[in-house]
Design a binder for this molecule. Structure first.
Ligand code: SF4
Length: 437
């Protein structure tokens, strides 16, 4: 089979974080605007974009095996590697895997040019980081589901010692106020009822004197927008204005994902988190005072180099103290080029396995308790999709719980629901009232 030039069909496969999902959607819109047709089947596509994530271990190897699979089962498509692996590996990945295009997360607006270059038999390579130009070069949002992402901020200046993001996504930048308000309005016109503001450090967003709280207050004024969320945050960027927005803005959902990573100060310092256990807990106190029903989520890393059993126990006790509604947890994995990868005291895999199991047992216990405590509560659910059973629809509570119910409500409807039973990962509800959107 010959490799397609001037591809007619495309498939975008995104890995990793929500920002990659957003980037994947924007790349798909960009290719559709060029007249290409999207296909759900990667093996049938002329152009496959692998939008990669570099956070987890063996990320690069996974990309190579994906490329191998595509070559074996697909039609020898034009392959573009995008995302953080593309940024980290650069031309190396083109040489090793013989892909046609390598495009970093700040350069994907140039994808049409890179496809044209690849169609001429040249390598399409762009890993530059001229961040702001990207957004201006992307097509307008036309059709989205009831929930949509909106990237407001990219990059990170925090340099946690285990993390590749500052190297792959570059320095912290904030998109401009007007562009964001316009894009949010366009998303609502295109069908969004809920917008999740995205950023590697979303709460570091600022526009002169205005912080993320001010932006949320502005978005609150958009008719037809019912819900606002934001992720992912850094504790040190929880400004007074943002905490006050949790108190005042009804559309801002009572849910906060605030990563802490560890509960021991020596480990937090070695991670260069620039907050302590106590300062993190004090921020949570302030947020809970502003919005007493807020549900909390966090990220945890077990087995950071040098972590002792007693230091790990501090993380468990932090979890007990906070009571998370949900959380993400990982074993530490050394990322090449990060300071922690060269630290002494790398933890044995079996010790990490054991710690992760104990940590997840605590988190699962708290999530199940949070869900169980929701039974009997009445809340609004935004219907996001059909369930597997006849008449069953799935949606999310304000606290980001998955709710299923039997209803004739449609995708995008807001329904007042009484929660009648709870499992560890989802809840069942009964419709009480249909809410006018
Ligand atoms: S705050 Fe730390 S963990 Fe988060 S993106 Fe920045 S360096 Fe990575």
């Amino acid at each position: 089979m010959t490799k397609p030039t001037n591809p007619k069909t495309f498939h975008v496969k995104s890995f990793g974080c929500q920002m990659n999902v957003y980037d994947g959607e924007r790349m798909a819109e960009l290719m559709a605007a060029q007249g290409l047709t999207a296909t759900d089947d990667a093996n049938a596509a002329d152009l496959v974009v692998l939008n990669t994530c570099h956070i987890r271990e063996k990320a690069t190897e996974k990309v190579y095996s994906d490329i191998g699979r595509l070559r074996k089962h697909g039609k020898d498509p034009m392959i573009a590697v995008a995302g953080c692996v593309a940024q980290a590996e650069g031309v190396e990945i083109a040489h090793r895997a013989k892909v046609d295009i390598v495009v970093g997360p700040q350069a994907y607006h140039n994808l049409p040019d890179l496809v044209a270059k690849a169609s001429r038999g040249e390598l399409g390579l762009d890993t530059d980081m001229p961040v702001l130009s990207k957004f201006g070069a992307l097509p307008a949002r036309r059709k989205v589901g009831p929930t949509a992402f909106l990237t407001v901020q990219e990059g990170c200046d925090k340099f946690c010692t285990y993390c590749v993001v500052p190297y792959t996504r570059g320095a912290e930048i904030s998109r401009q106020w007007d562009a964001l308000v316009d894009e949010a309005k366009a998303l609502v016109d295109a069908g969004a009822k809920e917008i999740t503001l995205l950023g590697q450090n979303v709460n570091a967003w600022s526009d002169g004197d205005r912080d993320l709280g001010a932006l949320i207050r502005e978005l609150d004024r958009i008719p037809g927008l019912a819900r606002i969320r934001y992720t992912t945050s850094h504790p040190n960027d929880m400004t007074d204005g943002l905490i006050a927005a949790h108190r005042d803005v009804e559309k801002l959902m009572p849910f906060l994902h605030l990563p802490v990573q560890a509960g021991n100060d020596r480990i937090l310092k070695a991670m260069n988190r620039s907050h302590s256990r106590d300062s993190y807990l004090r921020i949570l106190d302030r947020v809970r005072t502003a919005r007493p029903d807020i549900a909390l989520s966090g990220d945890f890393i077990v087995g950071f180099p040098g972590e002792t059993e007693a230091e790990f126990a501090d993380t468990l006790s932090l979890i007990d103290e906070v009571g998370y509604a949900q959380a993400f947890s990982f074993k530490y994995s050394p990322r090449p080029g990060t300071p922690a990868a060269d630290m002494d005291g790398q933890i044995a895999p079996e010790v990490m396995d054991d710690r992760l199991q104990r940590l997840q047992a605590a988190l699962n216990r708290d999530q199940a308790a949070f869900n169980a405590a929701s039974v009997g509560r009445t809340c609004q659910v935004l219907i996001e999709r059909r369930g597997k059973l006849p008449g069953q629809m799935l949606g999310k509570s304000p606290w980001l719980q998955s709710i299923h119910l039997i209803t004739d409500a449609q995708v995008g409807d807001l329904v007042e629901v009484e929660i009648v039973s709870a499992g560890p990962n989802s809840l069942a509800g009964i419709e009480r009232v249909r809410v006018a959107a």
